[in-house]
Design a protein around this ligand. Structure first.
Ligand SMILES: [Zn+2]
Length: 97
């Protein structure tokens, strides 16, 4: 299943769940019944919301001309090592630094 978005001129964007490749080019608006055309939007990233996605895009665009600058090293708590999962069980047995 995929989520397709449609734009009603009066009521804005609404979503429709359909199997991939089986979305109509127009769908009746659930509020007013007027035909709404299908729109294409950014793909959804697993685990994120639309606001998280748009926030990431805005940060990336802003960093091109307004990079975030830090004046000190992050606090010790903020520098925790990220635990990663080894690709194979054999690698889990190797000694760790
Ligand atoms: Zn409508």
């Amino acid at each position: 299943m995929a989520i397709y978005e449609f734009l009603c001129e009066q009521h804005g964007v609404f979503e429709l769940h359909r199997p991939i490749g089986q979305a109509p080019s127009e769908q009746a608006c659930p509020d007013c019944g007027a035909p709404a055309r299908r729109i294409v939007s950014a793909p959804m990233v697993i685990g994120s919301t639309r606001s998280a996605w748009s926030g990431a895009i805005e940060r990336a665009a802003r960093s091109a001309h307004e990079p975030e600058v830090v004046s000190s090293v992050p606090a010790a708590g903020a520098r925790q090592r990220i635990r990663t999962v080894p690709l194979t069980p054999q690698l889990a047995r190797l000694p760790r630094p």
